[in-house]
Design a protein around this ligand. Structure first.
Ligand code: NAD
Ligand code: ZN
Length: 344
């Protein structure tokens, strides 16, 4: 089978022929229809500092997908050959303290698909059955593949009620754009979106941002204060991983407001806790992964009902062999979500 593999501890990847993997008793073999590119894959491709510390070649990359179950192990009971599936990318253990107390997303033993376990940029790959999600037939393949990052956005937006709230979304990458659509669908009264990338701001307007601001050209703090009658926003959602953006978020959040953090920072962040959090009585949520599987149910319903239309965000499609074109677009930010067609 064909696969995109990271073979060496250096920049780049290879498109190679490798054997179809075998399965264990509780595993399934999945034939991939579509895989999508995540920022993590770009980090691995570019061999960033994070990748150098975390990733051990050789490994087939990728963790977002939709595919068909083609073979099942003898002890598999939850799925059948022919089922159209996606999956949780945190391959959790199910028996640690966190897994047994409602925090599967921070399982102490989890393996990350496409990082610690061969991934989805291949014609076939193997998963344990307990991480699989059976897709709603009303969700097309091009949308089913993005459910994993969409779930990040669901948990960030809905870590508290958002209806009729004023919201500042920092970062209009694919996940910030999903969040814009979700906040809109859930009745946020005002959505302000900030990103230095004008191409992505334009998609954000289609997703429901009333005000789209390029913070390199305009004063985002002034605009957010002016449009909220100097109250500041009720909710700040951080998807940029930029220290500068986070500081802007702290400046415009209204006392008593809520801040949810998904973006990952390259450097440690300095905040004046007394001034920015305690005396303003801000609630801060750290988000990682998705709730398993309650967030998958919400994601599936947002998409199957049409409450959120993600078509404007899926800007490019390539065959798997052209994955490098997608990596390049992602690096330059000249795209929303890039999907790779792998098989029928
Ligand atoms: P992305 O890199 O495509 O998007 C980040 C966006 O932030 C870009 O469009 C960029 O132009 C913008 N940006 C940069 N500086 C900014 C600034 N000063 N103000 C406003 N915007 C700015 O990433 P993505 O795939 O959309 O993911 C969003 C973030 O979430 C990333 O930081 C990613 O690493 C992180 N992430 C976290 C988890 C988790 O489980 N916590 C999971 C997936 C992704
Ligand atoms: Zn666990």
């Amino acid at each position: 089978m064909k696969a995109v593999i990271k073979k060496k501890s250096a920049k780049g990847m290879e498109f190679v022929e490798v054997p179809v993997p075998g399965i264990g008793l509780k595993d399934v073999l999945i034939k991939v229809k579509i895989a999508s590119i995540c920022g993590t894959d770009v980090h691995i491709y570019n061999w960033s500092k994070w990748a150098q510390n975390r990733f051990k070649p050789p490994r087939i990359i990728g963790h977002e997908f939709v595919g068909i179950v083609t073979k099942i192990g003898k002890e598999v009971t939850r799925v059948q050959v022919g089922d159209r599936v996606s999956s949780e990318s945190h391959l959790y253990c199910g028996h640690c303290y966190q897994c047994q107390n409602g925090y599967i997303e921070v399982c102490r033993n989890y393996k990350l698909l496409g990082v610690d376990h061969d991934g989805t940029f291949a014609e076939f790959f193997v998963l344990p059955e307990h991480v699989l999600w059976k897709n709603d037939p009303d969700i097309p393949d091009e949308w089913a593949t993005i459910q994993e990052p969409f779930g990040n956005a669901v948990d960030t937006v809905l870590s508290e009620d958002i209806s009729a709230k004023t919201v500042l979304i920092l970062g209009a990458g694919p996940i910030g754009l999903f969040a814009t659509g979700i906040a809109r669908a859930c009745g946020a009264s005002l959505i302000i979106l900030s990103d230095p990338n004008d191409y992505r701001l334009n998609i954000g307007k289609k997703m429901g941002a009333a005000i789209a601001v390029n913070p390199k050209k305009e004063d985002i703090v002034k605009i957010a204060m002016d449009t909220t009658k100097k109250n500041g926003v009720d909710v700040v959602l951080e998807f940029s991983g930029s220290n500068q953006a986070l500081n802007q978020g702290f400046k415009v959040i209204t006392p008593g407001g809520r801040l949810s953090l998904l973006g990952i920072y390259e450097r440690s962040v300095n905040i004046d806790l007394n001034k920015e959090v305690i005396f303003k009585k801000i609630r801060i949520y750290g988000i990682t992964g998705r709730k398993v599987f309650s967030t998958w149910y919400k994601t599936s319903r947002f998409l199957s009902s049409g409450l959120v239309n993600v078509s404007p965000i899926i800007t490019h499609q390539f065959p798997l062999k052209d994955y490098e074109k997608g990596m390049k677009l992602m690096k330059e930010g000249k795209c929303g979500k890039v999907i790779l067609k792998v098989g029928e």
